[in-house]
Design a protein around this ligand. Structure first.
Ligand SMILES: *[C@@H]1O[C@H](CO)[C@@H](O)[C@H](O)[C@H]1NC(C)=O
Ligand SMILES: *[C@@H]1O[C@H](CO)[C@@H](O)[C@H](O)[C@H]1NC(C)=O
Ligand SMILES: *[C@@H]1O[C@H](CO)[C@@H](O)[C@H](O)[C@H]1NC(C)=O
Ligand SMILES: *[C@@H]1O[C@H](CO)[C@@H](O)[C@H](O)[C@H]1NC(C)=O
Ligand SMILES: *[C@@H]1O[C@H](CO)[C@@H](O)[C@H](O)[C@H]1NC(C)=O
Ligand SMILES: *[C@@H]1O[C@H](CO)[C@@H](O)[C@H](O)[C@H]1NC(C)=O
Ligand SMILES: *[C@@H]1O[C@H](CO)[C@@H](O)[C@H](O)[C@H]1NC(C)=O
Ligand SMILES: *[C@@H]1O[C@H](CO)[C@@H](O)[C@H](O)[C@H]1NC(C)=O
Ligand SMILES: CC(=O)N[C@H]1CO[C@H](CO)[C@@H](O)[C@@H]1O
Length: 819
């Protein structure tokens, strides 16, 4: 009895363990069976031969799972079918067989993620077949749903596709979401491939058609068949076989696993993998369709690759997508996606940089074309004309020169790009910008180099000058308008700190030009860039190994009676200055009665034209602040850091230029001294422009670097408010006519907002705004001792020292000095 009980127990134990082993590898499931997504156990069912597994596979790099079928006997878990591609299941999700809904995937919080669709009867159980087909059977053991009838991107031997059936590619190799390509057996029996536009699914032109079937009305195709021996064909109405396979090399299905997959990049490929584990090679390509996917053209899509990308056919007939030079991926995580230029190009941009004819270069690509996106065809045309025409056309991003006489100009985005030997040496001239400078935030009006054609309101009347700057008679302001800067020829002392008088040689690396050279460089002083107090500035090009654009300043004759020696001395001083916020003097010419100075060319015009434009949109606040700091740095250098200290004496927006990178560059420094040497070494006339000059010019006080601080304060207020320091105003706004006074009033009333009306960026940065106004008020103190040095100004601008509360500018008092 005991023994029989023991035997019974032993027997049941063995039975249980056998059942549990069988259960682990089962290939059928009953209603109510379920399986949970977890990392350490993915396999739910195994096909009887053990070749295919069915269960939850983790998605690489995520905590998400896909209900999938994969090859179980090879190390590479190649997925051949997947269910919930667009709603991956979080860990702990469950799949369950349900009589009414078939397979149902539910997330841990109870959301239904996916269920089988198109059931035609109640389900009684599920069977996993050796072919890799999972079949839901009805009560009469008939098939009510099969994975083979709702394929993903892969087709297996013995699988068939009915009319209307399709394969749909994944998005990327490792992202199983719905991708851009489809293979479809059309209702007319034609097997086709096309790309679709996501997310709508709009189908572009077919890039593959089996053709023979659909076009032959006598016998249309009925289904796509992958037969047991590994042949793929479309079966006609009369059982004819229209091969899709290239029947060259028969592959044995006993030795190899076969699968036909529509790859994520749109190629329908038959792969084989040895079944025997002794052979280590993985999946290899048997054949693929179409022959050259790069030749495919979408009228309404980007083509095989993304926009602005181009396609080269790889050895495996799969496309390789590349961005052209100077183009980068829009999404760096999507190496097969669209590209964008790493520079800005466009008509608005070109307009901003109008005066630069060296903005772009061409990158030349051979046998490359973007067949769509043409804006114009020119024929007959020469290659040179083609390039020139694209260079001058702000819409043109690439010009294709082909067939010896044809020029296609194209605009962005480029689509359907390809490299193709049959283009017979076609050249693509890709227009790329030489620099990356973004002009975003810069005013939307052309900047006109150096030329100051703003008619400036100036006041000549001395009574106004000598009076306090607080009250200006508006009638006088309007009375006389003169162009550009203005010199007040009142004798005052200009003190230049230390100067070495012994040498007259040009020791700096200034180049000495002949008059003739400069005449040629400027094309006979043809193009005028601007006119200032010192003379006229012309555009020119000199040869210094390469061609360099320059600005040639022809000094006014009346200023030029000073001695040769002194002229050179002054040039030595200027020539030794090197700072990124100063315009560099490159050379000079001293010929006969003419004196000329050759400067670096500044492509982006003056600070005046940058600030005072009539556009509603003000130039970027951030950029404006950088300009202010740049000017301050340039002045610190002039005042304290260069070998011979220099007081500028005429700081104003017309004398601040902007280079290619929108750095502020001070020009005309040193000229105050240079051009007044005729008067005497210690005396010079009042230099400066009304509105920017400090009071000490009109008093008997010494002229120090603080005159530049005053002018800087005025310019700073102009940068803040984007308006001129003196402006004609309506009667009721009269108190706003003088910017320095108005700014103090606003500050005093706690209403600095008024200075930047409508400037959203500045208004959003109110703390900074107020600080800048305070710094400016310190700078425009009538008492020079109260004004900070430019170095103090930099510290305040950069926030390394606090800005004290500034006093009323014309309260002469020494006690507040913050030096
Ligand atoms: C179950 O499958 C595993 C491999 O997946 C295999 O090692 C094991 O022998 C199988 N068990 C049975 C009973 O078939
Ligand atoms: C599998 O993981 C679950 C939790 O994720 C754990 O409870 C279980 O013990 C693990 N099973 C094995 C066999 O490691
Ligand atoms: C399962 O596979 C066998 C051959 O392995 C086949 O005869 C049978 O028809 C298949 N059943 C279903 C439902 O596909
Ligand atoms: C797959 O791509 C889609 C669309 O870009 C994205 O929403 C999804 O998160 C990606 N899935 C994974 C697992 O990376
Ligand atoms: C159509 O098929 C018939 C035989 O089925 C063949 O004789 C004929 O040439 C085919 N026509 C075309 C256009 O392929
Ligand atoms: C089509 O495939 C069959 C095998 O299924 C082969 O016998 C035949 O030669 C192939 N025909 C062509 C035109 O490749
Ligand atoms: C600069 O302005 C002048 C006068 O307004 C105009 O004649 C000239 O064409 C402009 N130059 C450029 C390069 O825009
Ligand atoms: C433009 O920017 C890209 C990346 O931002 C950089 O790789 C490239 O060298 C830059 N080109 C120039 C001319 O500055
Ligand atoms: C067509 C193409 O360029 N495919 C590439 C897409 O990106 C993967 C890397 O994620 C490359 O391996 C492919 O070659």
């Amino acid at each position: 009895m005991a023994s029989s009980l023991f035997h019974f127990l032993l027997y049941s134990l063995i039975l249980q363990s056998i059942i549990s082993v069988v259960a682990q590898n089962k290939s059928t499931i009953a209603i109510g069976d379920s399986f949970t997504a977890q990392t350490n156990n993915s396999q739910w069912l195994l096909s009887p031969s053990g070749e295919f597994a069915f269960g939850f596979l983790p998605l690489e790099g995520t905590d998400l799972f896909l209900l999938s079928i994969w090859y179980a006997k090879i190390s590479d878990k190649t997925v051949v079918w997947y269910a919930n591609r667009d709603s991956p299941a979080p860990k702990g999700s469950k799949v369950e067989l349900n009589a009414n809904d078939g397979l149902v995937i539910t997330s841990p919080n109870g959301d239904s993620l996916w269920n089988t669709e198109g059931l035609n009867a109640k389900v009684s159980n599920g069977v996993f077949n050796d072919t890799g087909n999972f079949v839901l059977k009805g009560e009469k053991l008939n098939s009510v749903w099969e994975t083979f009838q709702s394929p993903s991107d892969t087709f297996l031997p013995t699988q068939t596709l009915q009319k209307g059936g399709k394969l749909s590619s994944r998005l990327k190799e490792t992202n199983f979401s719905k991708g851009r390509f489809e293979l479809l057996l059309q209702d007319d029996g034609n097997l086709v491939m096309h790309s679709i536009n996501l997310p709508s699914g709009y189908a572009n032109e077919n890039y593959y058609e089996s053709g023979t079937v659909g076009s032959n009305t006598s016998s249309a195709g009925t289904q796509l068949v992958f037969d047991r021996s590994g042949y793929l064909y479309v079966k006609g109405e009369n059982n004819e076989k229209y091969n899709v396979s290239e029947g060259v090399n028969k592959v044995s299905t006993t030795d190899f696993y076969l699968r036909a997959t529509l790859t994520f990049d749109g190629v329908f490929t038959l792969y084989k993998h040895p079944k025997s584990s002794t052979q280590s090679e993985g999946w290899t390509i048997v054949w693929s369709k179409p022959d050259n996917i790069c030749n495919h053209v979408d009228n309404e899509g980007s083509g095989v690759c993304g926009y602005n990308s181009f396609c080269t056919l790889g050895d495996d007939k799969r496309p390789i997508c590349q961005c052209p030079q100077r183009y980068v991926l829009v999404d760096p995580d999507d190496p097969n996606g669209s590209c964008k230029p790493d520079f800005i190009q466009g008509c608005a941009e070109d307009e901003l940089s109008k005066n630069r004819n060296d903005l772009y270069d061409f990158k030349i690509l051979i046998d490359t074309d973007w067949p769509m996106a043409d804006s114009v065809l020119q024929r007959p045309f020469t290659e040179e004309a083609c390039k020139k025409s694209c260079m001058e056309d702000c819409f043109c991003s690439v010009a294709i020169f082909r067939l010896g006489d044809s020029c296609w100009k194209k605009k962005l985005p480029l689509s359907n790009g390809k490299v193709d030997k049959t283009l017979n040496g076609a050249k693509a001239f890709l227009k790329v910008r030489k620099d990356n400078i973004s002009l975003a935030g810069v005013p939307q009006n052309p900047t006109n180099v150096t030329k100051n054609n703003n008619r400036e309101t100036l006041v000549l009347v001395l009574s106004v000058l000598f009076g306090s700057s607080a009250i200006l008679n508006v009638v006088f302001i309007v009375a006389i308008c003169v162009s550009a800067s203005f010199i007040f020829q009142y004798k005052k002392k200009l003190r230049r700190v230390s100067k070495n008088d012994t040498s007259v040689e040009i020791q700096s690396n200034l180049r000495c030009f002949t008059y003739k050279e400069l005449q040629e460089a400027t094309n006979g002083f043809y193009k005028e860039l601007g006119r200032g107090a010192f003379g006229i500035v012309y555009e020119g090009v000199i040869n210094t190994g390469s061609r360099t654009r320059v600005a040639v300043k022809k000094l006014n004759n009346f200023l030029l009676d000073q001695a040769h020696r002194e002229f050179r001395n002054e040039l030595n001083v200027i020539g030794l200055t090197h700072h990124k916020n100063l315009v560099r003097l490159l050379g000079f010419c001293e010929g006969g009665s003419e004196r000329l100075l050759v400067y670096e060319f500044m492509s982006n015009g003056t600070l005046a034209s940058f600030l005072f434009n009539d556009e509603i949109l003000k130039p970027s606040w951030k950029l404006r602040l950088e300009l202010a700091i740049g000017i301050a740095r340039g002045l610190v250098y002039l005042h304290e850091e260069c070998i011979t200290r220099i007081i500028h004496c005429d700081i104003k927006p017309q004398n601040i230029l902007l280079d290619d990178y929108f750095n502020a560059r001070i020009s005309d420094f040193g000229l105050a001294k240079l051009l007044n040497m005729n008067q005497s070494k210690t005396n010079t006339g009042i230099r400066g422009t009304k509105g920017y000059v400090a009071l000490e010019w009109f008093k008997n006080s010494p002229i120090t670097a603080k005159v530049d601080v005053y002018s800087f304060g005025v310019v700073l207020l102009e940068i803040i408010s984007c308006r001129r320091c003196v402006e004609e105003m309506e009667q009721e706004d009269e108190e706003q006519a003088i910017l320095t006074d108005w700014a103090y009033d606003c500050y005093k009333d706690g209403a600095v907002d008024a200075l930047v009306e409508g400037d959203i960026e500045a208004l959003a940065d109110k703390e900074k705004l107020e600080k800048l106004v305070m710094i400016a008020i310190w700078c425009v103190q009538e008492d020079p001792y109260l004004r900070p040095t430019m170095r103090n100004v930099i510290h305040m601008l950069e926030g390394t020292v606090e800005v004290p509360v500034p006093p009323y500018p014309s309260q002469i008092s020494v006690q507040y000095s913050i030096n």
